[in-house]
Design a protein. Structure first.
Length: 488
């Protein structure tokens, strides 16, 4: 049985307790994980606070921080295969995806490395003749970064990268589901040459670890990715310390196809949009909104493609859909589908958990034309389940797309340029993909509205979000200060 350790203050240790991690493909326990409880959280925050002030880090030049991040990126690239295999083993995410994604994670760190020495202050054209005023940009302090189990290396990179570029220190709480890749990442990070305590990696459960971390008085900012219900708790807890928050939450993203679209391309993008990552993706295009003029033909082609998907073990390169990460997700899918069918929705393909070892759920398509209030249209599955509604007019398509409390991503397929622009303007979401879907890059800000959260990760501003400004006033006159009772 493999054993993993937490990483605090540059040292590896076992944690207050240990818990079992199960392989989602077999349901068998394969590793023991360190469980951080209050004492470990305390220790990790203290290490991050100490490292924030130590001259070795606080006095390091911005380009010095950039160089360390480049070294980290190189180490990630060198160890990409090990990281991918561990993520696949512990979360069930297929090896095809983890291999490609982790190679790209190195590029994310390279991008943030480049930002480190582009964090600039400003000189202000002050309205007083004998003053110089400028703004310094200083690191925000200790960051608590919390990630869900899916794509942890990627979701932590968009927090750790800009936070370290800005000169912050970080306590990263990996998910209790599938933490192995993050704990291995800590080993790799340890070789990059950062001062001890700049990054601390722990894992544990929501109530006994996450809540303690987010309410800790020495935490200045909480960068959270996860579900909306947990985000509410995070916001309540961070109110203890009035720490700032950025929230990257779930979605129920619309995928709109007009009759003039390149149909084959749209079908392929929809397959990727909902069935990639076995549907366990925050940007999953989980609501197909399709012109009624092409609905039947489109669904027939989509069904054909969905049924041809190779379901298999996640470590097999041929597998296209693997297991779900947790039994809770499968049970949630079963329940939501049952309720939707009871409300009049019709299953086109899939719909039942597979009767085999592991947590397997097949690609599923549900036509909700006769069930516009079916719960599958409003609830996030975090599984390979697509709900479908038809539309007659462009306005109707837009109304359906915006009929959601979420607002993360969206897709529009049309060859009509003017219509594409009208949809781009009208859709309420943080991302609009036109004639494509699921493209990401460190260069592009990522985030949503409403129940999808607030704040943006990635892009040029990413490192600025981990800074605060300090306004500096310097009087240039040698004359005595005239009247001490007048503010000037
Ligand atoms: P989750 O909200 O259950 O857990 C996320 C993390 O929060 C875990 O590390 C968990 O231990 C921790 N946590 C739980 N309770 C806590 C508390 N009280 N205080 C602090 N931390 C606590 O999410 P999940 O089920 O692991 O992941 C799926 C969700 O994440 C989906 O809703 C998905 O859409 C979302 N997600 C969003 C993005 C994005 O970038 N927008 C990316 C990936 C996943």
């Amino acid at each position: 049985m493999q054993q993993f350790q937490q990483y605090i203050g540059g040292t590896f240790s076992d944690g207050s307790a240990r818990f079992e991690s199960r392989d989602p493909a077999t349901g068998q326990v394969w590793a023991m994980m360190p469980e951080a409880r209050a004492k470990d959280v305390e220790h990790a925050v203290a290490a991050a606070r100490a490292a924030f002030h130590v001259a070795e880090w606080s006095g390091m030049t911005a380009s010095g921080r950039g160089k360390l991040l480049i070294r980290l990126a190189d180490l990630i690239a060198e160890n990409a295969q090990t990281l991918a295999q561990l993520e696949t083993r512990d979360t069930g995410k297929i090896i095809r995806e983890t291999s490609a994604q982790i190679a790209y994670v190195a590029d994310y760190y390279r991008y943030y490395a480049g930002l480190a020495d582009k964090i600039e202050g400003a000189h202000l054209p002050i309205d007083k003749p004998d003053m110089e005023v400028w703004l310094r940009r200083e690191p925000i302090g200790v960051v608590a970064a919390i990630v869900p189990w899916n794509s942890q290396l990627f979701l932590s990179a968009v927090k750790i990268g800009p936070a370290l570029a800005a000169g912050c220190t970080v306590v990263l709480k990996a998910s209790e589901d599938g933490p192995a890749p993050m704990l291995e990442f800590a080993r790799i990070f340890d070789q990059a040459g950062f001062p001890a305590g700049v990054l601390n990696v722990i894992t544990g459960f929501g109530a006994t670890c996450g809540a303690v971390l987010t309410s800790h008085p020495q935490v200045d900012h909480v960068a959270f990715t996860g579900g909306p219900e947990t985000a509410r708790q995070v916001v309540r807890n961070s109110a203890e310390n009035l720490a700032s928050t950025s929230l990257e939450l779930g979605g129920k993203s619309p995928f709109i196809v007009f009759e003039d679209a390149d149909i084959e391309s749209a079908v392929n993008a929809q397959v990727s949009g909902i069935f990639a990552a076995s549907g366990q993706s925050c940007v999953a295009g989980s609501r197909l909104i399709i012109s009624n003029t092409i609905k039947d033909a489109f669904l027939a082609r989509l069904k054909e493609k969905a049924e041809a998907i190779v379901i298999g073990l996640p470590d097999d390169m041929a597998t296209e859909v693997g297991p779900l990460c947790t039994t809770g997700q499968r049970d949630n899918a079963v329940k939501l589908i049952e309720k939707s069918v009871a409300a009049g929705a019709r299953i086109i393909t899939g719909g039942r958990a597979l009767d085999r070892e592991g947590i397997f759920f097949p690609p599923t398509i549900i036509d909700c034309s006769d069930a516009p209030n079916a719960p599958c249209l409003t609830n996030e599955f975090f599984g390979p389940v697509l709900s479908v509604l038809g539309f007659d007019t462009e306005q109707e398509a837009l109304d359906i797309a915006n009929d959601t409390a979420f607002g993360l991503a969206s897709g529009v397929f049309t060859r009509d340029l003017a219509r594409a622009h009208r949809m781009i303007r009208g859709i309420r979401a943080g991302i609009v993909w036109v004639n494509t879907y699921r493209a990401v890059s460190p260069i592009v800000p990522f985030g949503g509205h409403g129940l999808s959260g607030h704040g943006r990760e990635g892009g040029l501003r990413a490192a600025l979000d981990y800074t605060k400004t300090k306004a500096v006033w310097l009087r240039t006159s040698d004359d005595p200060i005239p009247d001490p009772f007048i503010m000037r």
